[in-house]
Each structure stands twice: as structure tokens, then as C-alpha cells.
Design a protein around this ligand. Sequence first.
Ligand SMILES: Cc1cc2nc3c(=O)[nH]c(=O)nc-3n(C[C@H](O)[C@H](O)[C@H](O)COP(=O)(O)OP(=O)(O)OC[C@H]3O[C@@H](n4cnc5c(N)ncnc54)[C@H](O)[C@@H]3O)c2cc1C
Length: 284
Amino acid sequence: MFPASFDYHAPTTVPEALRLLAENGPDAKLLAGGHSLLPAMKLRLLEPGCLVDIGRIPELRGIRREGQTLVIGAATLHADIATSDVVRQAAPGLATAASLIGDVQVRNRGTIGGSAAHDDPAADYPVILTALDASFMLVSSAGARTVASGDFFLDYFTTALSDLEIITEVRIPGAAASVTSAYAKLEHPASGFLVVSAGVRIERGADGRCRTARIAIGGLGGRPFRATAVESALAGHALTPAAIAAAAALAADGSDPDGDAYAPAEYRRHMATVYVQRALEAAL
Ligand SMILES: Cc1cc2nc3c(=O)[nH]c(=O)nc-3n(C[C@H](O)[C@H](O)[C@H](O)COP(=O)(O)OP(=O)(O)OC[C@H]3O[C@@H](n4cnc5c(N)ncnc54)[C@H](O)[C@@H]3O)c2cc1C
């Protein structure tokens, strides 16, 4: 199928992109990797009259450390995140999540900002970025603001982003030797998107015990589900296999997932316990 016709702009700076968004109003859409937007346009689910391609803005790409914060440009490709030594060291769970997205072609076009903005409930980044306590730098002609992942991912395909804002950076705190992370995913056999997945971030004290844990689960609703019961069960405890298994058993506590023909709600809840345990074991 072909999309409806549209104007195409390829700015090379963020201010230029913001100006195009402001001039064209709700008729404009940002284009990053196009791997979610273009299928929606071909199906005529979206018919923007103006595409603003942000793929040629150098300042939106790249991965760097600022002290203990990992900073990733919004237009950085999944493939670059999956293979980055900096990401593998600072946030290994993020590198794993990126490596499990789609196939080689998708990973070489799709971007972290595009995936976050699209906010598919079956996408990988919302889950791991919630576990990592990431925040998003949002810029508009009115200024910039930072939004924490817990306030950014709101519901199915719904974020805190306005039509006039661009995600410029994803910021991940706590890149320290005492902090580790992991991601584990049950893929749908046909699409490769997640059925259930778990992202975990563990901070250990000098005695090796868990100081803090952040656990996010995908596939249990319209936004990543924070498994606070698991977090509380782990905090302050030695991370033995028995303690991990007991904590992981609480993964779906308080969740109320929607089921579907492939994965009924009870199956999702059970898989949540399995994949939280796998992610914790991988992290440790
Ligand atoms: C075959 C296939 C398999 C896939 N498998 C997976 C998978 O297993 N897991 C997974 O998570 N995803 C998967 N995806 C989705 C893929 O990761 C997309 O790349 C991603 O969802 C969107 O990123 P994009 O850069 O392509 O964004 P685009 O499609 O260009 O844009 C998506 C939306 O985000 C907006 N946008 C883009 N960039 C910004 C920005 N910087 N600031 C504000 N708004 C912005 C756009 O306006 C648009 O509304 C798959 C896609 C395909 C086609």
C-alpha cells in the first residue's frame, strides 16, 4: 500500500526542526527510522501532510558518559546501542534489549527516540528504560524539560510528549560499578515483539547485598509495570538463588493484564515471574 502524499523536509539542526513543527502544526510528524511511522502511513492509520526527517541532525546521534550518567542521542540506532562498549559497560540490560529488537534491518534504521515516542506496549525500550530510571530531554521552541520514564510512558501508544516537542536525549543515571542491569524477553514467535519481558536494575552494597532494585515488566498492560513487590523483597537482602526465586514469584502481584488469543492474562502473569527470575539471574 502507498501512503497519502506529504511534504518532506530534512533539517540539519534541532531549531530548524522545531520551526518546521511550529509552522506546520498538527499536520506535521517527525520522521526518525520510519519503522513504525511508515507502516502506519501505508495502512492510512496516519496521514500527516508534512514529514520532518530528523535523521540528518548530527547532534541527535551518539552515546557518551557524563560522569555516572549515560547519555544517548534520540536518533541513535538500535544497532549502535546494541554494539556499544559504553552501553554494555554502563547499562548492559539496555544493550541486550536493543539487540533483541526486530531484525538486522530494523536495528539499522530504528532509533531509541522513535521507539520511545511511539510507545508500543510490545516494544522493548519502554520496559528497560523504566527499569533503568531513565529520563527524557524534551525540547520545543518554548524551552526544554526533563521527564522521568515513570511520567513519560502513560498508556498504550501514549506518552507525555506534545506535538511540538522533540526528544533530544535519553539520560540513564547510575553508571557505576555497584550497579548492573539485564533484560529478558519472551518473543511472539511471529512478530518478534514482546509477549512478556522484564528489565531489572540492581545496586549492590559493599557487602554484596542488594541495596536497591528496580524491576519493570512489559506485556502486563498499556505501560511498563513496576514490580514493587519484587523490589521490596530484594532490597537489603543477600542475592541467593532462593531469595531471587522467592522474590520473582511476586512479579505479577498487583497487575491486571489484558489477555489475548495468543497470551491470556494468566499466562502473562505466570511468564512475568519466569522472566523476572531470568533477568535477575542474568544481571547477577
Ligand atoms: C519488522 C519490524 C519488527 C520490529 N520489531 C520490534 C521489536 O521486536 N521490538 C521493538 O521494540 N520494536 C520493534 N519494531 C519497531 C522498531 O523498533 C521501530 O524502529 C521503532 O518502534 C520506531 O523507531 P523509528 O526510529 O523507526 O521511529 P519512526 O517510525 O520514524 O517514528 C515513530 C514515532 O515517533 C515519533 N518520533 C520519532 N523520533 C522522535 C523524536 N526524537 N522525538 C519525538 N518524536 C519522535 C514519530 O513522529 C512517530 O510518531 C519493529 C519494527 C518492524 C518494522
